[in-house]
Design a protein around this ligand. Structure first.
Ligand code: ADP
Ligand code: MG
Length: 573
């Protein structure tokens, strides 16, 4: 059907009841692009209709150099989503009731992430977005709909998906920037680094709720000389900055001198960032995980015995479950879960840690004997975590010098400027012995895999077999349960949370069989996403899914309050 035929159809719907829009479901020719109307809203106030538009590369004309690697393609797709949003904002909204005339695409953060809202391949370019089909009251506004779909949308698509209409230098910078970050991140393991912060980076953000870079008064990052490394860029150039070595790194310094800001930039370094973010060249090992205390969280059969033993009333900690963990047990469980899920580095801030989990000083050891204290503090385990499991730790710790004994690197922040104070800290540790007794044995402890009981995952609610909702990056409504993700801090977009919710249901449907371990079931999900794309997670197409890591998927499942696990018994294979 041609564009004029679609226009005639829309005009003919004018004045009819809103339900008549349902007849538009399906595929339509729209000039030189193809429009798919995948879902039609029930009324003008309901969630808007879902549309998809694809344009052949014959018309769109993107050079393969913008999408010939996954990293560059994802960056191009990211750029197109942002371009669509910017251009859509310039369009006058069609008059009408409720969501009439709304044009909306998923909202990206500062990170460049794979999203189902855009896809680019050799044949075509596609965008998925939402439109409020126009109405006055509950009557179809047919002429407004025709103007919206047949005039405004094609123009918007042209300004977004025709390469000739775009700022070529900006597209190039977007793709190159992502490639640079990826190249830097790939060098970390060979150089035995956990993170790299390029000289000149801008780490502080505008505010706790605004992820854009601080505009005025930001002190740009300069590496201390002794930690400065040089990494290579794609075309033979190099970049210098601070390399944080594998092992145990302390970030110390006075209050308000920028410690948490540095750690947060490192947390964000698992993702690539858009040009102008200030953290474009701050990169972190892809499997680095922020962990924190989170009292009140649930825990399902986790072996927290490396940290916590002989609880009152003889409760077992080798298979520990609770609906209401304390600060210390929650942090212990999160660390053991991180080890189980394959984290290679832990990122911890004293601001969000349980003090009694982090330290137990000599005086307290003298007052409360070890057999009266279930907790082995992290200071006695952090070295074993590295030696036994190869897991590094970056720790913000301004309040206790007990960690000097175990630290490989100590970075002090002074007026936002980092200094290497490793030698001083080690000299102080040698001169002022704490005479602490190490606790908790010589090894971290063995962790046997957990197996999920399939019936303990249930997304149904009332008559609906699957009911999922996401609220910001903080919560999943999973059937009748709420999964609290506020302590899973490296999630940056609601679309990640939506995709994770769907991934849990998918895991339950295909891989959680009472035999596979929790992690191997989730690995199978990630392998499918890798092969088939995020679309495989749900039976209908959505423009709302955003890529996520296994670490966050596991973190979400681990916080499902109905979850039950058993430990793999040694005799079963
Ligand atoms: P700490 O954890 O050491 O107490 P924060 O990291 O919370 O300190 O930083 C304190 C304040 O300083 C924050 O408002 C932060 O935005 C700001 N800040 C951090 N780093 C810089 C910087 N490089 N330039 C300017 N302001 C900064
Ligand atoms: Mg702080």
């Amino acid at each position: 059907m041609s564009i004029s035929a679609l226009r005639d159809r829309l005009n003919a719907l004018d004045g009819q009841s809103y339900k008549a829009y349902k007849s538009l479901r399906g595929q339509h020719a729209l000039g030189d692009c193809t429009l798919h109307i995948d879902y039609v809203q029930g009324d003008p106030f309901a969630a808007p209709s879902r549309l998809r538009i694809s344009v052949s590369q014959v018309i769109a004309q993107f050079s393969p150099r913008f999408y010939n690697t996954d990293v560059r393609r994802i960056a191009l797709e990211d750029y197109l989503i942002r371009q669509f949003r910017d251009q859509a904002r310039l369009i006058d909204r069609t008059a009408g009731s409720g969501k009439s005339g709304l044009i909306e695409i998923v909202r990206p953060s500062q990170a460049i992430l794979p999203r189902t809202a855009a896809s680019v391949c050799e044949e075509r370019v596609e965008l998925r977005f939402m439109v409020g089909l126009p109405a006055f009251g509950r009557r179809i506004a047919g002429r407004q709909a025709a103007a919206l779909i047949c005039d405004r949308l094609p123009l918007l698509i042209k300004k977004t998906l025709h390469f000739s209409q775009l700022d070529e230098a900006a597209v190039q910078a977007h793709c190159d920037g992502a490639e640079v970050a990826d190249t830097l991140r790939q060098q970390l393991r060979d150089r035995q680094l956990v993170a790299f912060v390029a000289d000149g980076s801008i780490l502080p953000r505008q505010s706790g709720v605004n992820e854009r870079p601080l505009q005025s008064g930001a002190v740009t990052f300069q590496s201390p000389e002794s930690l400065r490394v040089e990494l290579s860029l794609p075309h033979g150039q190099t970049v210098t900055g601070m390399g944080i070595p594998q092992g145990i790194t302390l970030i110390v310094g006075g209050g308000y001198h920028g410690k948490s800001t540095l750690l947060r930039a490192i947390e964000a370094g698992i993702d690539n960032h858009i040009p102008g973010d200030g953290r474009e060249r701050v990169v972190t090992d892809a499997a680095a995980l922020k962990v924190r205390a989170e009292d009140g969280r649930s825990v399902a059969g986790v072996n927290i015995s490396p940290f916590i033993n002989h609880l009152p009333q003889g409760r077992s900690t080798a298979q520990f479950s609770t609906q209401d963990a304390s600060g210390s047990t929650s942090q212990a469980a999160s660390i053991v879960e991180a080890v189980e899920a394959g984290a290679t580095a832990l990122l911890i801030d004293e601001d969000t840690s349980a003090t009694n989990f982090m330290i137990r000083d000599r005086r307290m050891q003298a007052l409360i004997a070890k057999d009266r204290e279930p907790i082995t503090p992290f200071v006695d385990k952090v070295r074993q975590l590295k030696d036994d499991y190869g897991i590094s730790t970056i720790l913000v710790m301004g309040g206790s010098g007990d960690y000097f004994d175990v630290a490989d690197t100590v970075i002090a922040l002074d007026n936002y400027q980092p200094q290497d104070v490793t030698a001083q800290a080690q000299a102080i540790a040698a001169a002022q012995q704490t005479a602490r007794q190490a606790e908790g044995g010589n090894t971290f402890g063995n962790l046997s895999p957990r197996i999920v009981l399939p019936e303990s995952i249930d997304a149904s609610k009332g008559k609906r077999a699957v009911s999922l909702k996401a609220r910001a990056t903080d919560e999943i409504r999973f059937g009748t349960e709420a999964i609290d993700l506020s302590a899973v801090e490296q999630l940056v977009e609601t679309g990640q949370v939506k995709a994770i919710a769907a991934a849990i249901v998918y895991a339950q449907e295909y891989y959680v069989d009472g035999q596979r371990s929790l992690v191997s079931a989730l690995e199978a999900v990630m392998a499918d996403v890798e092969t088939y794309g995020l679309d495989c997670l749900r039976d209908r197409l959505t423009g709302e899914f955003v890529g996520f890591r296994l670490l966050e998927l596991a973190a979400a499942l681990n916080r499902l309050r109905t979850l039950q696990c058993r430990l793999e018994s040694p005799e079963s294979d």
